[in-house]
Design a binder for this molecule. Structure first.
Ligand SMILES: Cc1cc2nc3c(=O)[nH]c(=O)nc-3n(C[C@H](O)[C@H](O)[C@H](O)COP(=O)(O)O)c2cc1C
Length: 254
């Protein structure tokens, strides 16, 4: 497999670069690694009739590689401009447009990607406010349009004044590198999702029944309709929390 690291940060050897280098350090032969530093390039959108050799080169690298590792800091609460500019300029090449202008995955379908970001915000604040969520969401949006499959994402918080990764983070990033070694060419998560759904429903039913049992002193569980209504209400509240978590808090925040 060929792995392409794309660094979209102002600093060539800052914390974002350290995250990327640590992940790629764990990639083992015969897999190969290459890094593109976006600040070295002048990336422009395609204009009809005007050659665009830098974008051609990036497109070639993307086509030739199997796993892309995007490393971009969180700037102003979102993806760094240089990485966003790459995605904007690549749009016409990343997806196929039909006659209505709707985009569809094309030549990059079933490749894999990893997203890495970092921020000055502390771990607790990021956990609560999700400062880095928007960075991940932007990358996910582009990749899902292109049909590229996510391997994982990771974040480093509290980067102010830091020059090295903590040993815990270093282990986490090396583990991501090991995971990349095993990234399959294709993956279908349908079965996994049904299994997850089964266990979520099983766990929520159990919690609901336990809560009903705890309330049994003032709730008549022998009455069918009381039993039914209390089960539905408790199950609904738990489901609402779970859906909120899966929808809004699904990104790594620490
Ligand atoms: C233009 C700019 C905007 C930034 N905006 C934020 C921000 O909104 N929230 C935050 O926590 N950190 C912010 N930071 C801090 C970066 O996330 C920080 O530089 C990064 O974590 C360190 O990466 P580096 O060492 O690779 O530069 C910003 C930094 C820059 C240069």
């Amino acid at each position: 497999m060929k792995i392409l690291g794309i660094l979209g940060a102002h600093k060539r050897s800052g914390m974002t670069a350290k995250m990327l280098e640590t992940v790629l350090q764990a990639v083992e032969q015969p897999n190969t690694v290459k890094i593109i530093y976006l600040e070295d390039l002048v990336i422009k959108p395609d204009i009809e009739g005007v050659p665009n050799p830098e974008l051609d080169q990036i497109e070639k690298e993307l086509l030739e590689t199997d796993v892309w590792v995007f490393a971009a800091p969180t700037y102003w609460g979102t993806l760094s401009g240089v990485m966003k500019n790459l995605f904007d300029c690549l749009r016409q090449r990343l997806v196929r447009f039909d006659h209505t202008g709707a985009s569809h995955p094309d030549r990059f379908k079933d490749k894999h990607y990893v997203s890495l970001t970092c921020c000055y915000t502390g771990a607790f604040e990021n956990l609560i406010s999700g400062v880095t969520d928007q960075t991940f969401k932007t990358i996910d949006k582009v990749m899902s349009a292109a049909g590229v499959i996510k391997v994982t994402e990771a974040v480093v918080t509290n980067t102010w004044g830091k020059t090295a990764l903590s040993s815990k983070k270093e282990r986490e990033f090396l583990a991501i590198g090991h995971k990349i070694n095993n990234a399959k060419r294709r993956d279908d998560r349908t079965v996994k999702r049904y299994v997850e759904l089964f266990f979520m429903v099983a766990a929520m039913s159990l919690i609901t029944m336990l809560l009903q049992r705890m309330c049994s002193s003032f709730l008549s569980l022998t009455n069918f309709w009381f039993n039914y209504v209390s089960f539905t209400v408790i199950f609904f509240v738990l489901l609402a929390f779970l859906l909120h978590f899966v929808t809004f808090v699904k990104h790594r925040r620490h």
